[in-house]
Ligand binder design. Sequence first.
Ligand code: PGA
Length: 249
Amino acid sequence: MKVVEVENYDEMSKVAAKTIIEKIKQEQNVVLGLATGGTPVGTYKQLVIDYKEHMTSYKNVHTVNLDEYIGLKETDPTSYAYYMKEHLFNDINIPIVNTHIPSGEAVDTGKECEEYETLIDSLGGVDLQLLGIGENGHIGFNEPGTSFHSKTSVVKLSDTTRKANSIYFNGLEEVPTHAISMGISTILKSKQILLLVSGKRKAEVLYRLLTEDIKEELPASILRKHPNVTIVADFEALSIVNEKQLVLS
Ligand code: PGA
């Protein structure tokens, strides 16, 4: 696992966007795994700036998102389907049929999950997966305790996650209790993973990720077993790591 230390959120976003753009330019028909939340907003902003300046084409790019809340329509401003259009898809030339997010409106959620796994496989798997990390160590919406063998499934959101995400809703009670999330084994099948970590709020979990045993109680810890993971973290996120003088490889 490689750790790239950057000064701040802005720099993290630029490094992430550059990695994505290079991948798109290098390979035809790239499959990007995309994340939502506060962390990747700056990355998407940089991709849009680059698109406007250099016309990097997304015509042959396919995307699969990590997760979606159950019960929200895709037109709901708090859904991740809406988020992706708002922050990226509306502003680049990606064919909307190439973009995939689990449906939070699915009646048969089990079938939706199975079809999502099949879809990822039929695209040939994810070439580059963008990830954030929850304060509790979750990746996607795979909360502590989730099996490392999990596939795309319906997950119950933890209190910490619902509280952290309540800033996007009118209060905690409006935050959905469940979501569909790519599983941990699904995430691990990605050929390359880029984990973005920014801010003091993430300093403790980043320190834990780099020092604790690999265990299901800390879902992100399994990333240490993946052969191609780069963590891009800013000074604030690395504050505990640096304070403890942990030597990064
Ligand atoms: P955040 O969420 O980017 O909003 O901090 C990350 C996550 O929960 O995975």
